[in-house]
Design a protein around this ligand. Structure first.
Ligand SMILES: CC(C)(COP(=O)(O)OP(=O)(O)OC[C@H]1O[C@@H](n2cnc3c(N)ncnc32)[C@H](O)[C@@H]1OP(=O)(O)O)[C@@H](O)C(=O)NCCC(=O)NCCS
Length: 222
């Protein structure tokens, strides 16, 4: 259910729905990254009563929402290890066909382009497999790394949402970015990868070795 694979510089990344047996590993990666995630983690406003749910209760709730078609709670798995999460929430059908995305990655894996690729693949999946029309990402103005992700993928800035989400213990302003299916008819990931090739043309050394490969290829027409 809802599995997506994406090629990254570190190998094949798997996006798969969180499951009950992830508990021990999920808690460990969250604990190791507590300081790294603190400023950006969603929190419960004081008006909501009771303690935060246990992992089992959280997964039960997430999977029920997934079954109802309102949520896709992916974990990011690399070499069989959970390295982050990408959650698609607020899935609405009908004449809206929209959803929003939230994400985090373990500090040790940051800065390798992984979440940019994961979000690109996730949005392609939502457009091409789930028939959604629009996806949005809401980001705190001070979150430079997350803003770079939507910039690299070319999501449009739509405006400021004041006191939009309860993050790190208070209601925080967010900048809203969005993309619709028409903007990427051939896929968001394909567009991003093509832009990267233009931005980073192959080095002369690589070109030389590519030329050798072509010249020595058995069915080469050169
Ligand atoms: C935001 C986040 C998901 C980015 O994931 P990522 O896999 O590192 O994404 P990328 O590798 O594409 O990097 C995006 C930008 O992060 C910045 N960055 C790179 N290495 C970094 C590091 N070690 N620490 C912090 N930021 C870094 C760079 O500006 C980079 O842009 P660049 O490619 O132009 O250099 C990750 O930093 C994270 O999980 N942060 C904490 C939780 C969070 O902010 N979630 C998003 C809430 S909206």
């Amino acid at each position: 259910m809802h599995e997506v694979e994406v090629e990254t510089p570190l190998g094949i990344l798997l996006l798969r729905v969180i499951r009950h047996r992830d508990g021990r590993e999920w808690r460990a990666v969250r604990l190791r990254n507590r300081d790294w995630l603190k400023n950006w983690d969603a929190t419960t406003p004081p008006i909501s009563p009771g303690p935060p749910p246990t992992f089992a209760a959280m997964v039960r709730g997430l999977r029920a929402e997934t079954k109802a078609g309102r949520l896709i709670p992916w974990v990011l798995e690399l070499d069989g290890q959970i390295i982050g999460q990408l959650t698609i929430g607020g899935i609405t059908r009908g004449s809206l066909c929209s959803a929003h995305a939230g994400y985090w990655i373990a500090k040790d894996y940051a800065g390798r382009g992984i979440m940019t690729l994961a979000l690109g693949a996730a949005i392609d999946y939502l457009f091409q497999q789930e028939g959604l029309h629009r996806v949005e990402v809401n980001i705190r103005p001070e979150n430079a790394s997350s803003k770079r992700i939507v910039e690299k993928l070319g999501l449009r800035y739509e405006g400021l949402r004041e006191r939009y989400l309860h993050i790190d213990g208070d209601w925080r302003d967010h900048l809203s970015f969005a993309i619709t299916h028409e903007e990427v008819p051939d896929g968001l990931l394909a567009r991003y990868r093509a832009q990267q090739l233009v931005a980073e043309p192959p080095s002369p050394a690589n070109l030389e070795s590519e030329k050798e490969i072509v010249e020595h290829a058995p069915n080469s027409s050169v």
